[in-house]
Each structure stands twice: as C-alpha cells, then as structure tokens.
Design a protein around this ligand. Structure first.
Ligand code: 6PG
Length: 240
C-alpha cells in the first residue's frame, strides 16, 4: 500500500485538500461513475458543509455514486442516521439525483440488511476478485481506534469473509451495519479524515505502528493495491 499524510491548518484548508483528492479521481475516471463511500461523524459533517459552500459548481457531483461504509440502525429520518447527515449536509444541497444514492436501510433487520447491501455493492461497483473496489472511501477514526462501525472488541468483523456485517456499539449497544476489512482494503483511495486533539494519541500510535495500536480496527487498514491518505488537522497531527 501507498501511504500519504496531509496536515491542514484549518477547516477551509482540510476541505480544499479533500476536494483536490476527489477532483483528481474524477479527472482520472471519465468513462463511468465513480464509487464513493461516505461515513458518519462530526468531521465529515464539517467538510460536507464546506464543500457545498465552496465547491458546489466546481465538479459534476452526479458523476459519483454514493454509498456508505456504515449506518446506525435507525430510520433515515433519525438524527443519528449517517444517511440523513450526508443527505442534509451534502447530497441534497448538491442536487445529487436519487439514482446515485445507495443508502443502507438502518430501519431494517441488520442481519438481512447486511446481506442485501452486500449485493447492492457487488451489483453496482467494479469488482476485483469478486470484491467491490471503492474508488474513494471516506473513513473516520474514533477516539477508541474504531473505524466504520468496527470497534476494538470486534476485530473479527474486520477480518470477516463477508463484505458487510452487523455490529454493535460497545457502549450504547446501538446496532450498526458496517462494511468489513475485505472491502475496505480493496479500496483504491482511502481518505482517513481525522480532526481534533482528542484523536492525536491514536493517530500517532497507528501511523508510527506502535504495539498498542494492534488492537485498533483502524490500524488494520491496509489497501493492498490502493493508497491510504491521512487527512489530518494540525491538532490531530500534533504528536507526530
Ligand atoms: C459513525 C462513523 C464512525 C466515525 C468515527 C469518527 O457512524 O459513527 O462512521 O466510524 O467516522 O467515529 O467520527 P468523528 O468524526 O465524529 O470523530
């Protein structure tokens, strides 16, 4: 895998760097739609708003097909829905057509939905070794070292033979649906977006491959033939 670290000074800069990364993919892939996996959390929300404000007319946002790396098991109108967050702050203001949006049904039975979404990914995304290859996979890092909805006590979900799995948040016990390591590590470009001082210790441990980081799902991200790009603000990068 190739690994790159980009440290930005503020939200504006981090959003511009994020935009440049997706613009590059959109310049490279012109003969088909680009598969783009979104994630939940507070950092993407800030970036989404910024992209809408500053880059709405700089790209054809309907050249992408939007998927999710994880979803909380709530209806799409619920405040905790990752789909709702991305739809309200990103896809709707950018006038993305419904046909380009492939949400995870958080309102359905999680086990069955994991199977259904796995088929959706396989049907709509280019496959390599029968595994969907996200052109762009936006991921986050939790304070406990989780990524997508794979938590530190659930490393077996990262290593699953399936593409999607049911997961449970270890504290709130909220059910989740998540992609697994199999599809994560087949991505072409993973953008690991991390902001804030509170994440700096985990960022250091993972990037410097310290022993402690081995129990963090995020440390298992290793896109075989792809690139892992750490998009950090200066607070999260402060211990590097
Ligand atoms: C979720 C996310 C999760 C998130 C990280 C970082 O649904 O909770 O997809 O994996 O990306 O927890 O979130 P923050 O940006 O809020 O720190």
């Amino acid at each position: 895998m190739k690994e790159k670290i980009i440290v930005s000074n503020n939200t504006e800069e981090i959003s511009t760097n994020f935009f440049n990364l997706i613009k590059k993919t959109s310049d490279e892939i012109t003969d088909r739609k680009i598969s783009f996996a979104l994630s939940g959390g507070s950092s993407p929300k800030i970036i989404f708003n910024n992209l809408v404000n500053n880059f709405k007319n700089k790209l054809d946002w309907n050249n992408f097909q939007y998927f999710w790396g994880d979803e909380r098991c709530v209806p799409p109108s619920h405040e905790e829905s990752n789909y709702k967050m991305a739809f309200d702050n990103f896809l709707n203001p950018l006038n993305v057509y419904q046909e380009n949006i492939f949400r995870i049904y958080g309102e359905d039975n999680p086990m069955q939905e994991a199977i259904r979404y796995q088929e959706i990914l396989k049907k709509n995304i280019l496959l390599k070794n029968e595994i969907p290859v996200f052109d762009i996979n936006l991921m986050g890092l939790g304070e406990d070292g989780h990524t997508a909805s794979i938590f530190p006590n659930q490393l077996e979900i990262f290593n699953s033979d399936n593409i999607c799995e049911e997961a449970v948040h270890p504290v709130s016990h909220q059910k989740r649906i998540t992609i697994t390591g199999k599809v994560i590590n087949h991505s072409s470009k993973i953008i690991m977006l991390v902001t804030g001082k509170k994440k700096s210790e985990k960022v250091k441990e993972i990037i410097l491959r310290l022993e402690k980081s081995k129990s963090y799902p995020a440390s298992l991200i290793n896109p075989n033939e792809g690139t892992l790009i750490w998009l950090l603000d200066k607070e999260s990068a402060s211990l590097l």
